[in-house]
Write a protein that binds this ligand. Structure first.
Ligand code: ADP
Ligand code: MG
Length: 728
């Protein structure tokens, strides 16, 4: 073990273990740091309360006077619980969150100090936007971007700062963030789904998309993580030989959570609870040191904010417990990576989950309508949905036979497939009374009981129906859920609008009853969207072939997956649904391509550094020891006895071969990088990094990992997998 590694490991022994049971019931702590309905009732005037409610539930504007009152109330409450600063909290296109803290504290012209925070500061701010990516929307000479208050996501106090969730838009009004398009998509979904839900219940006046994410992550000892530049710079281990024991025994998954991780989780859950994040389940995941945390589902915009906040809080709490959290989708080779399932459904203001099969035929027809329309939407825009989860780090996972493949398909289970098959056979046009009864009893009426024991869940499916919601399983653990949620809600909204138009036309022109018209259209959809349904093994080679035959896209890399964003069909979709203008979409593509390039570029640089400053020097060091040994043997026993030295000699040769190959590949990779860097066109550059640079990574790694096995433990400079992964 090298000194560096020894130091790293000994530093890590200063852990604090929290063994005292958590005091107080969680429900009492829930959302105490959130300016939610309860606090508003306490701090706002009646007018202000009504106005904020209007903004939350029907998107009405809050006038400036009222905003002043709200700001005053928020400030009073925040200061009462210890806040000294406030910040607009937003989601720039980099994927994480950003904030700029200002003190409430201000000075009057006469030198008196006071705490100031007015409607102006609440509603709008102008952060220095020039450091955030804009994809060319915002030229630097007019580097103005505005953050604007999103009243639908409540403000909260974190540490000593009042955080106000905001959107981030350019001077000319284009979205520079992930939240603004999501809010627009959710609004489009509300309008479209409410229109359709009214077929079944006139009382519905609002439909909200719901999201329940499941966050997977790794915990690694902080000091050990800090001893590896690849983990620090890229979030993953670029090299490292597998530990003798991986996840084959599955003992981690079924085992108890290590004490140190439990202490961290308890602290984390307490903090989350106070921030109003309804965390519910925690458990071990498949790989060693891998865990999952899931909350109770919430309205999608709030759920997205809570996920981003959670990731931030996790990093801070982990730090206190001397851990580093890894959100990367594939931090370690040879064991499972991490994802973030997005469970999604639609919920009405009358309290109904539109994707719940319900107990009566009427509710089932409503269920079937939303169920089949979702399938149809995914079929029409499968490639765009694949885009929404693309990233350099998620490329390691999609298609790596541990996460769903890069091909989008839907799993609905055998019983529901049977129901759709039966529906497909329904005759066209008017239904006889017998047919109607039969349909309702045989097809529609069958669903509730069936689903109760529909436990067969195809883990290889990227988009699965799981009883009363769809589960999008390809989302990366690091991804901002706003991206997939924007696309999913936009495409389903678009589909629901088309559906309503068709049903209304049938009712008008063919004089059909509403149920009949609905059945007729659904039957067509079931037929035309069949190719997207797949209940088999998503990991199999046959599926790759079959998917190709079905003309489903199979974009394995991010640069490929991003291309669909600016297709005519996508541009039209975003524009017609009021989600993004062409400028906004094109800007996004530019930002995503650049992020991809940067990601691979950094990995390439770190590889170069690891190889030249750590791996090769230590391999040569050990090789020299062996050479000394061989020479010594020769001196003692003479050349005639050289066969004694066969062992060391062969290791010397193997090391020499790996060093030579390693140098060759690393230099070739650096050359490829230099060539790629010269390209001016972002598209070409991204493809050059993907196709000409990245392929060297596996080869370089292979030689490094072989050397790790050959070189003695003492002189190996990097913390090994077995140390990173099995620290209790
Ligand atoms: P599992 O067996 O897959 O763990 P759960 O019912 O526990 O299934 O749900 C998993 C996730 O799905 C949780 O995060 C939960 O909040 C979410 N979820 C449940 N119902 C809904 C819904 N109607 N809309 C969105 N997410 C939901
Ligand atoms: Mg799940």
């Amino acid at each position: 073990m090298s000194k560096q590694r020894f130091d790293a490991i000994s530093q890590s022994s200063g852990r604090d273990r929290i063994t005292v049971a958590e005091k107080g019931r969680r429900s009492e702590l829930f959302a105490i740091n959130v300016f939610n309905g309860e606090r508003m009732l306490q701090y706002l005037t009646k007018d202000a309360l009504e106005s904020v409610k209007g903004a939350i539930f029907s998107g009405s504007k809050i006038d400036r006077k009222i905003a002043d009152q709200v700001a005053e109330a928020m400030k009073a409450w925040a200061i009462s619980i210890g806040a000294t600063h406030y910040t607009h909290w937003f989601q720039p296109l980099t994927g994480s969150t950003a904030e700029k803290h200002d003190a409430f504290f201000d000075l009057l012209p006469d030198g008196k100090a006071l705490e100031k925070f007015g409607g102006g500061q609440l509603v709008q701010q102008e952060p220095d936007a020039s450091s955030f990516p804009s994809g060319g929307i915002r030229n630097t000479f007019e580097a103005r971007g505005y953050t604007a208050w999103d009243p639908t996501s409540p403000a909260f106090v974190y540490d000593t700062t009042l955080c106000i969730p905001t959107i981030f838009v350019s001077y000319t009004g284009e979205a520079l963030d992930n939240k603004a398009p999501l809010l627009r998509a959710l609004h489009a979904m509300d309008e479209a789904a409410t229109g359709v839900a009214k077929y079944f219940d006139k009382n519905v006046s609002k439909v909200s998309a719901t999201l329940g994410w499941e966050q997977e992550y790794f915990l690694v000892d902080k000091a050990l993580a800090h001893s590896r530049q690849d983990v620090l710079m890229t979030g993953r281990t670029l090299i490292g030989h597998s530990a003798a024991k991986g996840q084959q025994l599955d003992d981690h998954y079924f085992g108890v959570i290590p004490q140190r991780a439990i202490s961290f989780m308890k602290d984390l859950e307490k903090e989350c609870t106070q921030l109003g994040i309804p965390v519910k389940t925690r458990h071990n995941e498949v790989a060693p040191n891998q865990f999952e945390l899931a909350p109770v589902f919430e309205e999608a915009n709030l759920a997205v904010d809570h996920n981003l906040l959670l990731m931030d809080v996790m990093e801070k709490i982990a730090d206190k417990h001397h851990f580093k959290v890894l959100f990367h989708e594939k931090p370690f080779a040879g064991i499972n990576g991490s994802g973030k399932h997005n469970n999604w459904s639609l919920s009405t203001d009358t309290g109904v989950n539109l994707l719940s099969p319900g107990s009566t035929p009427m509710k089932n027809l409503q269920f079937l309508t939303f169920f089949v329309n979702t399938i149809k939407a995914v079929d029409s825009y499968e490639e765009l949905l694949r885009y929404s989860i693309a990233s350099a780090s998620n490329d390691h996972r999609l298609g790596a036979n541990e996460a769903p493949p890069a091909i989008l398909s839907i799993f609905i289970g055998k019983q529901l497939s049977d129901v759709l098959d039966e529906l497909e056979g329904v005759s066209q046009g008017k239904l006889s009374p017998e047919e109607k009864t039969e349909l309702k009893l045989n097809v529609v009426g069958k669903i509730p009981e069936i689903l109760l024991d529909n436990t067969d869940r195809n883990r290889t499916s990227p988009f699965a129906f799981t009883g009363n919601k769809f589960e999008m399983r390809g989302v990366g653990s690091k991804t901002n859920c706003a991206k997939p949620m924007t696309v999913l809600n936009t495409i389903v909204a678009k589909q629901l609008l088309a559906f309503k138009k068709e049903v209304d036309a049938l009712i008008d022109t063919k004089n059909l009853k509403k149920d009949e018209a609905v059945f007729n259209i659904l039957r067509e959809y079931i037929k035309t969207s069949k190719r997207i349904r797949f209940d088999g093994d998503g990991y199999s080679a046959e599926w790759q072939k079959e998917a190709k035959r079905r003309k489903l896209s199979n974009n394995r890399t991010t640069p490929e997956a991003l291309q669909v964003l600016t297709s005519k069909k996508s541009l039209e979709l975003f524009k017609s649904m009021g989600v993004m203008s062409e400028t906004e979409v094109r800007a996004r593509l530019e930002v995503e391509l650049k992020a991809y390039i940067l990601h691979i570029q950094i990995e390439g640089r770190v590889f170069n550094d690891l190889v030249y400053s750590q791996v090769i020097p230590s391999a040569i060091g050990y090789q020299n020891k062996l050479i000394k040994n061989v020479l010594g043997m020769k001196e003692i026993y003479g050349a005639a006895h050289m066969p004694f030295s066969n062992g060391p000699l062969s290791i010397i040769e193997q090391i020499a071969e790996h060093i030579a190959a390693l140098k060759k590949k690393t230099d070739a990779m650096t050359d490829a990088r230099k060539k790629a860097n010269k390209l001016m066109d972002t598209h070409k550059k991204a493809f050059a990094y993907c196709e000409n640079v990245k392929p060297y990574f596996d080869e370089i790694r292979m030689h490094c990992d072989k050397l790790e096995q050959l070189v003695d433990n003492q002189s190996w400079p990097l913390t090994k997998y077995r140390e990173l992964l099995f620290v209790k």
